[in-house]
Write a protein that binds this ligand. Structure first.
Ligand code: GDD
Ligand code: MN
Length: 408
């Protein structure tokens, strides 16, 4: 098969290996997945460099997953005519998950034992592709990361000290949040890596992962991981697509990964609850200074704490699960639980002291823990429990986006 001459197939069939049987390259071959967003000035050179350095050593195919608004797909199709390997462009009209979503789409469509993910702007040298795969084969690793931070690697092409500092800071933060999972991975933010098909798990293929390597390493850590150094080059042409907004998206992703287990979520829930004292006390101070009686002031100030907690908990613990109920429904359920907590505490303390003969202090502590647990479980079950059907117009957890369209 030569590049640019594919029949178009119906979208439902995309990603189903059985349907792509005829295209599955021989074992040991590699599918190079390249996410592109307006890279028309780079893709020709990229295909040229792949042609020069990869097929001589390793059978390959290239899958572009494109969200461009420029003519990148057309340029790829034209350049593909000169390539001695299959080139596919999957264009997405609905660019869910941005860069990470695109990579997931490419991994789904890949048919070979090994998948290499790399950027389309030549910051990742194509000549390293065979070495990444060979290293994986030799060490029987499931994941081989191309790293800028081990001996022999460098980040020469990271433009400016600001970008270097951001990249360093993000790497440090990520490594400290997941010390065990990321042990042995010096560059968890790398967008350049090789992964064995068998090491890709279904949960990774949810379309919302942004930093895909982080997802892979944290959620489905392959048994063995190795690294190969590389020099992060200058961009061949054009500008980086990463923005402050991408940075925020990354932070949300980190929080989402960190709070994926119920225990971690409970700890964050508890910590947020403690910070709720700040607006609560500030509100109490302000209202009583204005001359309000302390009882209604307490009640009102408590609502301020509830609102504060609700905002943080929504964004930090249950971000992905907000879609199952309407906003007003969630906040009223949440407020009800938070106030029930207060009402329940006194009778509970009375019960512990009166019936079990506990000391008032330990009874209060036990009551606090009990109502905290009830509130956490209640919030999970009554405010954010996934329903069978998401509300109309909202995508459920893990539900696929509109499929990519094969344009070549
Ligand atoms: N399909 C698709 N959709 N591709 C995208 C999108 C998108 O929304 N956004 C960016 N891309 C493509 C670009 O076209 C490019 O091929 C690749 O993803 C990387 O994008 P850049 O804009 O060049 O990112 P960068 O150089 O700032 O960041 C790279 O290095 C970082 C490490 O410093 C990426 O590899 C990051 O993943 C990596 O963390
Ligand atoms: Mn780049």
């Amino acid at each position: 098969m030569s590049g640019g001459s594919y029949e178009s197939i119906v979208p439902e069939e995309l990603g189903d290996p059985a349907m792509r049987g005829a295209e599955v390259p021989e074992p040991g071959a590699v599918t190079i997945v390249v996410p592109t967003f307006n890279e028309s000035a780079n893709v020709r050179e990229l295909l040229h460099q792949i042609t020069e350095t990869v097929p001589g050593l390793l059978p390959c195919e290239v899958v572009f997953v494109d969200d461009s608004t420029d003519d990148t797909p057309e340029v790829i199709n034209e350049a593909a005519q000169d390539c001695p390997f299959p080139v596919t462009v999957l264009h997405r009209d609905d660019p869910v998950g941005g860069l990470g979503g695109a990579v997931v789409e490419g991994i789904k469509a890949a048919g070979s034992d090994w998948i290499v993910v790399m950027d389309g702007d030549l910051q990742h040298p194509p000549s390293l592709v065979p070495e990444l795969v060979a290293t994986g084969e030799r060490s029987s690793a499931g994941l081989v990361v191309a790293s800028r931070y081990i001996k022999g690697g460098s980040r020469a092409g990271l433009a400016g000290s600001y970008r270097v500092a951001v990249s360093r800071g993000a790497t440090w933060l990520t490594k400290s949040l997941f010390p065990r999972r990321l042990h042995g991975i010096s560059d968890p933010m790398s967008g350049f890596f090789a992964i064995r098909r068998s090491a890709v798990t279904a949960e990774i293929l949810q379309p919302l992962g942004y930093k895909i390597l982080l997802e892979l390493a944290v959620r489905s850590r392959p048994r063995e991981v190795t690294e190969v150094p590389f020099v992060f080059q200058d961009r061949f042409a054009g500008e980086s697509k990463s923005t402050a907004q991408e940075g925020l998206r990354f932070l949300r992703h980190l929080v989402g990964l960190r709070t994926a287990s119920p225990l971690a979520r409970m700890i964050v829930f508890g910590l947020i609850g403690v910070t709720g004292f700040i607006p609560n006390l500030a509100g109490l101070y302000a209202l009583t200074s204005l001359g309000m009686h302390y009882v209604p002031a307490e009640i009102l100030a408590n609502q301020l704490g509830v609102a504060w907690n609700f905002f943080l908990i929504e964004h930090l613990c249950f971000r992905e699960r907000r879609g199952y109920r309407k906003g007003w429904d969630r906040i009223s359920r949440f407020a009800l639980l938070a106030n029930a907590d207060l009402v329940l505490r006194i009778p509970l303390i009375a019960l512990f002291v009166g019936q079990f003969g506990m000391h008032a202090l330990s009874a209060t502590a036990l009551a606090l823990v009990t109502t905290f647990l009830l509130r956490f479980v209640g919030t999970e079950a009554l405010v954010y429990l996934p329903r069978r059907k998401p509300r109309r117009g909202e995508r459920g957890e893990g539900e696929p986006a509109e499929p990519a369209r094969r344009v070549a």
